[in-house]
Design a protein around this ligand. Structure first.
Ligand SMILES: CC(C)(COP(=O)(O)OP(=O)(O)OC[C@H]1O[C@@H](n2cnc3c(N)ncnc32)[C@H](O)[C@@H]1OP(=O)(O)O)[C@@H](O)C(=O)NCCC(=O)NCCS
Length: 312
């Protein structure tokens, strides 16, 4: 295991857990990390001595299974080696809602008017307004002044005159949970889905998963299949979204893994420049993030805090 990779892994784990010991074993393709964790972040005494197998490490792809979502008290700087991920609830108070909705342009309002259900309309408007508010912070612009352009399959990007220093982004929502990802000079795709047990995952998987993924799903213990299904689904969607694709990318042309607790990785069919991570925005909300560009990448995770005053 090369020491630079090990140091970056250690840094990621240390940000996530109050670690007392960090013991590594493994080889260059997979690393098992056993750590001893203190009971609380301020303690440097190991009060709990269980050994955890927390993080897998495949090449330079790090699993961020458990992430620390922080509140940001001031607008963060987006450095070129960083990806910022924000999670936000779309059910907001009336004041925030009307402010966020006021950022939308005519085209976005027309799209909103076409939604059949009020809840879908409101979620779209709040997500789009939040996207504008976050981008405006990174670009030091007014949210309402930003212009978007759309790829052939509908992927939004900043119009050249809005972009300043090219900020790549993507967003996703499921029910009232929205997740936004930002990075400089990168293609990014993000997908969140609420894990639901009322879906017949094996029937749906037959339509969307590759043969290899179907075999992986069948190998999972029955009680892990719903979880595995949503891990696979979000990973496939995030890759398609990173490419700016849609239905024209055959879903069986690439494979992802889906075993709960195993680091997200591609099993085949994608260019090696793509990287993938998986984490949770809430206990029932698995998220997958796919991106390209220069490694190493430092991830920052933020929960949108509307009380912090700088966003709205
Ligand atoms: C376009 C598509 C990728 C959107 O995914 P989704 O799960 O329905 O919706 P999400 O909430 O994750 O993302 C929606 C946001 O992604 C962005 N987006 C839209 N089209 C996009 C595209 N082609 N690529 C990347 N991002 C896109 C938009 O910002 C959109 O937000 P908006 O609706 O508020 O404008 C999806 O509908 C699609 O075409 N999938 C094809 C592949 C497929 O069938 N997968 C099945 C599961 S394996």
């Amino acid at each position: 295991m090369d020491t630079r990779r090990l140091a970056s892994l250690r840094a990621v784990v240390r940000r996530t857990l109050p670690i007392v010991d960090f013991i590594c074993s493994g080889n260059c393709s997979e690393l098992t990390v056993r750590i001893r964790v203190a009971r609380n972040a301020s303690s440097n005494v190991c009060l709990r001595s269980e050994i955890y197998r927390v993080v897998g490490f495949l090449g330079d792809r790090t699993l961020l299974g458990s992430v620390e979502w922080r509140n940001s008290r001031s607008p963060p700087l987006l450095r070129s080696n960083e990806i910022h991920v924000w999670r936000s609830h779309l059910a907001v108070d009336a004041f925030s809602q009307s402010l966020l909705h006021s950022y939308l342009n005519e085209e976005e309002n027309e799209r909103a008017a076409r939604f059949r259900f009020d809840c879908d309309r409101t979620r779209f408007m709040t997500a789009r307004g939040t996207l504008r508010a976050l981008l405006a912070q990174y670009l030091c612009r007014h949210p309402g002044d930003l212009q978007f352009v759309f790829g052939s399959e509908g992927k939004p990007a900043l119009a050249p005159d809005s972009a300043g220093e090219a900020v790549g982004f993507n967003l996703t929502h499921s029910q009232d949970m929205a997740v936004f990802a930002f990075g400089r000079d990168r293609n990014i795709g993000v997908d969140v889905e609420r894990t639901r047990s009322d879906v017949d995952c094996e029937i749906i998987a037959r339509h969307y998963f590759s043969a290899r993924e179907m075999r992986s799903l069948a190998r999972l213990p029955r009680h892990r299949r719903v979880e595995g299904f949503f891990l696979c689904w979000t990973r496939k969607e995030a890759y398609i979204k990173a490419c700016g694709g849609g239905l024209q990318i055959p879903l069986d042309s690439f494979d992802v893994n889906m075993e709960p607790g195993v680091p997200a990785h591609f099993l085949g069919g994608v260019d090696p420049s793509w990287r993938i991570n998986s984490f949770r925005a809430g206990s029932d909300y698995p998220v997958a993030l796919v991106y390209d560009g220069r490694p190493p990448v430092d991830f920052q995770f933020y929960t949108l805090n509307r009380n912090s005053g700088w966003l709205l």
